[in-house]
Design a protein around this ligand. Sequence first.
Ligand SMILES: [Zn+2]
Length: 452
Amino acid sequence: MLQLFDTARGKVVPFEPREPGKVSMYVCGPTVYGPPHLGHGRFSLVFDVLRRYLRWSGFDVTYVSNITDIDDKIINRANDEGRPWQDIAHRCEDVWWSAMESIGVERPDHDPPATAYVPEMVELIGDLIDRGDAYVSDDGVYFSPAVVDDYGLLARQTLESLQAGARVEVAEHKRAAVDFALWKFVKPGEPSWPSPWGDGRPGWHTECVVMSLDLLGDGFDIHGGGLDLAFPHHENERAQAVAAGRTFARHWVHNGFVEVGGEKMSKSLGNFTNLLDLVDSTDPRAYRLLVLRAHYRTPLEISKATTDDAVAALARLDTFARRVGQIDLPAAEPDAAALAEFRAAMDRDLDTPAAVALIFGLVTRANTAIDAGDLAAAAPVAAAFAEIVGAVGLVLDAGGDEVPAEVLAVARQRDEARAAKDWAQADALRDQLVADGWVVEDTPSGTQVRPA
Ligand SMILES: [Zn+2]
């Protein structure tokens, strides 16, 4: 059974879905005002791996991730550049999805933009005002976290200590420093929507409450995001849901930070400035392997050096996939012990470093068996390898179309000639392949061919 760290409970707990066989996940998406940064890449990959693993485990997974297309940063950039705010949001959203595609992150089942849910947000805010949990101020509508008994659950702090740490200077429009805006009255040059309290726009913390409950229902299974979102964003989402009498997420899953290390972040030192930069300048699969090699709750160092190392490791996996693609391994079920080991690792709070070690261990085992000519032993190990890399979303370059079937057929004929000790025929077939421009290698498992 899958065990996951739950931020709200502060420990690893069994994952118990709301409904047997089904998992509903909500992961806070990007604010679309600029290129995706490296942290965006990590959370997207972490939750992509979790989603794929749950599906591999037999769950029917519904994955929702929003697009925040109303925000100060979007409006500020639009005003600075003299462009419509929608133009900034739409273009940045396009860039987002193409970046996600390049790192192999599957599109969510639902990816609602905040602007599609403004009337529902207005309705929730009205309900919170009616309940006496929110109030209208001179610049907007604010929520009082003090009405929620266990506010501070995700911050792992009490309301009192959060109150003491809150910035006092911003408190002039609100009753308490921890109060947060649900609705911001329109200022000149800003987009706005109608509301009973005055035209304006929603604060950031309300959209996810409305969208997650609408698309996934009360008590949905997993709410995820980067650790930086646990407080105040997730805390404030949860506070609104609790105050409105709704049951919110059953499990809170947060991934650790990306570290690029102060001055090391500069491009002049050969490191990456954002996700697009990484995708453009290296094998984008390297990011997934780096994410898998680190436990999702630990900090992850992304640099030229760590990605180069991941690229080299990927080359080893690609080489193995190509080798397996060129020999006729007998059909076999994946090695059951290897799959059990994978499941045990992933069920242990997503121990992906152990899963990666297993993947490389399987390469060694299968290569050893192939080198010894024991294809019957290699086949289930190679099948388990393929199954596991697929389950974590690693796409390997098996060289698929590089060597046409008729060329491989000649290589097999040569193996048969060698097996029959017909050396003249074997040499003739080799010469034919070389003349056709192929590099021919003799390996213990037979003739291997690759483009020159
Ligand atoms: Zn959110």
